[in-house]
Design a protein. Structure first.
Lengths: 223, 410
């Protein structure tokens, strides 16, 4: 599903160049449940952003579902983000002026799905995350865990090829974290490829494979 | 992307509803700008209308000539001679100065004349006038016709009466075609005139000049002459005045530099002064109006910059979910254009409502304020375009920011 070959990425400023990724080789098969672990500054979030086509890379090749993700135009990038990827953020990133169901439906708007179908599908995914009764609430009326579940529903609504999550439990307490992880597990059991980034060992242990990353290089990837 | 996309409009309406402060601020800038512009230009027009009404008496570009008495000896003739115009003067002026558009003479009758009709018996002022007098006096015919050239040539005994005479003598009866007795003669009423100059003018009777000369005076004298010079420059008017003075001086043997022998009242200079005054008022209003629009442009541009800044995080989220930069720019601009045009429209409407309220206020120097609708619409379009342009560049920049970076802003 995901194939990375010698991915390098540097953040350049006028005088300095910070090499964040120094040559990542990685293969993630379809249906895998993988966590990427590493300390802050190890490059794990950068790697996830590249996987999510939210950032570009300098060298190497990234193939997603058989398509080469390189030198994409803004329009192509938007297309692949919308069709191939569901992204869950640490800080939820919901639109506060929209209700839960409208937030979930938003990616479908960019697929030109009409409003009724959008909302119907969004309701279905809200039900999946157990928030059907909260569909009319705005994000600021929901708890952190509920917000993250809305965000997961939003990531799933387009039926993406992979679900990417950047520290999805970073802003949640341990009980809520546990619930969210159960949700990811459920999604994985339905056959979805799930990749999440975390620095918490107990979160990572809930996945099937842990990839340790340090100083821009993969240390090991134990099964 | 088609413009009328119901889903897109739905997104925009939701966005407008949920961001009331932002919407109100954008709308208020445009509303206020257009509102002020309409009020300003409208009141300016009202002021001009009011002043013009004040001077609607005689035609603004007329020249009036009166005979005086000589104060200088000339060709061995003594001073103190009275200068009396006559039909020869009239004909000479008409022949020699083709640039005169309308030339009129007037013959005064001494005192007032008794008008008799049925049992009515009233006295009014009567003037013998040329057909062109209607243009010089700037009078209006409310019914029938004014005196014409045939009346003048054939010395028809016809009369045009002021509107008040009609009311006093005829009441509800239609005076046209009725015969009235003026002095010793019967005259047929052919028209009713209304001269906006004064109420006194509504109590005057006009008969052909030739009739007044023959019936009442038995000579060819003309009390005064008046003319309108057509479309002449100031210099041409001065030349005309000089030429007329020389012709009349030759006819009556007086020194052309003798300014007591001939009085000339040139209203053209007043006319010019008011033209300049109007021009001044208009330029000032346009200056202030354009300033208002400019301030509106600056205001709208500022708000657009803030809006884009305010929405950077939203833009980042939308991009992460698969929005193209183009759809982001289109969303922001459509929203801005929609808000500004609605606000402009309401500003225009509110301005027109206020102007129509001011319409009731009919003072000496203010009357029927109005606004050229085209000007109002043009101002709205300018503000809408300015708002769109001001939003275009920052929204294009914002749409290009990496979504990760955009989402990090708060």
């Amino acid at each position: 599903m995901i194939q990375l070959r010698n991915i390098k990425k540097a953040y350049k400023t006028e005088f300095t160049s910070l090499q964040v990724l120094k040559g990542i080789d990685l293969i993630i098969e379809e249906g895998e449940f993988v966590s990427i672990m590493g300390s802050s500054g190890s490059g794990k979030s950068t790697l996830l952003n590249i996987l999510g086509i939210l950032d570009d890379y300098d060298e190497g090749t990234y193939t997603l579902a058989g398509e080469l993700m390189k030198n994409l135009s803004e329009k192509q990038a938007a297309y692949y983000r919308n069709r191939f990827i569901g992204f869950v953020f640490q800080s939820f990133n919901l639109l506060n002026f929209k209700t839960a169901v409208e937030n979930v439906a938003l990616p479908l708007y960019y697929q030109k799905v009409n409003r009724d179908q959008r909302l119907e599908k969004a309701m279905h995914y809200l039900e999946m995350v157990g928030l059907k009764d909260w569909s009319d609430h705005h994000p600021n009326q929901l708890s952190g865990g509920q917000q993250q579940r809305v965000a997961i529903a939003r990531a799933m609504v387009t039926e993406p090829k992979v679900l990417l999550a950047d520290e999805p439990t970073g802003a949640l307490d341990s009980t809520t974290s546990h619930e969210v992880m159960n949700l990811f597990q459920e999604i994985h059991q339905n056959g979805k490829t799930v990749v999440l980034v975390t620095h918490e060992q107990d979160i990572a242990e809930k996945t099937e494979r842990i990839i340790n990353i340090q100083d821009g290089l993969i240390l090991n990837s134990n099964e | 992307m088609k413009f009328f996309d119901q889903d897109k409009w739905n997104e925009i309406f939701v966005s407008i509803q949920k961001h009331k402060l932002r919407t109100t601020l954008t709308a208020l800038g445009v509303f206020w700008g257009i509102f002020l512009l309409v009020i300003l230009l409208g009141s300016g027009q009202g002021m001009q209308n009011g002043i013009e009404k004040q001077f609607r008496g005689d035609a603004l570009n007329s020249i009036w000539m009166y005979g005086g008495s000589t104060s200088k000896t000339f060709n061995g003739l003594p001073k103190g001679r009275r200068i009396q115009f006559n039909n020869d003067d009239f004909e000479n002026l008409q022949e020699q100065f083709p640039e005169i558009e309308y030339l009129a003479g007037r013959v005064f009758l001494s005192g007032t004349q008794i008008l008799k009709y049925k049992k009515k018996n009233l006295s009014f002022s009567v003037f013998g006038v040329s057909p062109d007098m209607i243009h010089v006096e700037n009078a209006q015919i409310t019914s029938g016709r004014f005196l014409n050239k045939t009346d003048e040539q054939k010395r028809r005994k016809v009369a045009v009466i002021g509107s008040q005479i009609k009311d006093e003598v005829f009441g509800n009866e239609d005076p046209i075609g009725k015969d009235i007795l003026l002095g010793d003669g019967m005259y047929r009423v052919v028209g009713i005139s209304h001269d906006p100059e004064s109420n006194q003018a509504q109590r005057e009777i006009y008969i052909p000049m030739s009739v007044a000369q023959v019936v009442f005076h038995g000579n060819e004298n003309i009390s005064n002459l008046s003319l309108i010079g057509g479309d002449l420059s100031e210099e041409q008017v001065n030349q005309l005045q000089q030429g007329i003075t020389e012709t009349l001086a030759a006819n009556h043997q007086f020194d052309p530099t003798d300014n007591r022998a001939l009085y000339i009242n040139n209203r053209y200079e007043d006319y010019k002064r008011f033209q300049n005054l109007f021009l001044g008022i208009k330029s000032f209003l346009w200056f202030v109006g354009l300033g208002t629009v400019l301030a509106g442009i600056v205001g709208v541009s500022n708000i657009m910059l803030i809006i884009v800044k305010d929405r950077t995080k939203e833009i980042g989220i939308r991009k992460a979910l698969g929005a193209t930069p183009r759809s982001i720019v289109s969303m922001i601009l459509t929203e801005a254009i929609f808000i500004t045009s609605m606000a402009g429209y309401f500003g225009l409407a509110a301005g027109i409502v206020v102007l129509s309220l001011l319409d009731n206020l009919d003072s000496d120097f203010f009357s029927s304020p109005e606004i050229n609708l085209g000007v109002g619409l043009a101002a709205i379009i300018i503000l809408v375009i300015a708002g769109a342009l001001a939003g275009l560049i920052p929204s294009m920049q914002a749409a290009k920011i990496n979504p990760i970076v955009a989402m990090r802003t708060d």
